[in-house]
Design a protein around this ligand. Structure first.
Ligand code: AMP
Length: 191
């Protein structure tokens, strides 16, 4: 099994690159942001709760996010592997993920961290707001808060994978194909 964590700040290209990795390595894509948005659209209780955090660019509480991810994982008993996109975003989430996978005698293969300059992130997020339809992409204050939350709460998660020797830094600036090729090369070298 290949279990990849695709890591990086908002606007780093995790969604775009996930689609390609899913196709190439036949993985199941688990994006916590996408799952929350689906719940918001369907007006579930989880969606309403998540919305109150997402609208401000803050993180949904760990207990809620971890339980949701756990039930999603159970939906794919036959999966060849997973790509975790936007999860884990805190240290407790990273610890919980290791435990969930260990229960299945599995683990994370590697964390691929897309590195993109902050000015470029803001530009990408504001630029994609028109097509993404996401309220949290179109407002500069929310965008800046999401980046600040990333730096404060999520960036330290890299350390969790560094000490396990599973952290791989990927240059996330440049063309989409170019970045995909960097990801493929790193994954193939790690298998
Ligand atoms: P994303 O689609 O990954 O940019 O996530 C959009 C929003 O969903 C984030 O700004 C958070 O409010 C929420 N979210 C997504 N994934 C997580 C997570 N792993 N932990 C907490 N909140 C999350």
């Amino acid at each position: 099994m290949i279990n990849l964590v695709l890591f990086g700040p908002p606007g780093a290209g995790k969604g775009t690159q996930s689609e390609r990795l899913v196709a190439k390595y036949e993985l199941v894509h688990l994006s916590t942001g996408d799952i929350f948005r689906k719940n918001m659209k369907n007006e579930t209780a989880l969606g309403q709760l998540a919305k109150s955090y997402m609208d401000k660019g803050n993180l949904v509480p760990d207990s809620v996010t971890i339980d949701m991810l756990k039930s999603e994982l159970e939906l794919y008993p036959e999966a060849k592997g997973f790509i975790f996109d936007g999860f884990p975003r805190t240290s407790p989430q990273a610890e919980a993920l290791d435990i969930m996978l260990a229960e299945k005698s599995q683990g994370i293969t590697c964390m691929l961290a897309l590195e993109v300059a902050e000015a470029e992130l803001e530009k990408r997020l504001l630029g994609r707001a028109a097509t993404s339809g996401r309220a949290d992409d179109g407002d500069i204050e929310i965008v800046r808060n999401r980046i600040a939350v990333y730096n404060r709460e999520t960036a330290p998660v890299a350390e969790f994978y560094k000490v396990q020797g599973k952290f791989i830094s990927i240059e996330g600036m440049g063309g989409i194909d170019e970045i995909s090729n960097r990801l493929y090369a790193s994954i193939d070298a790690h298998l």
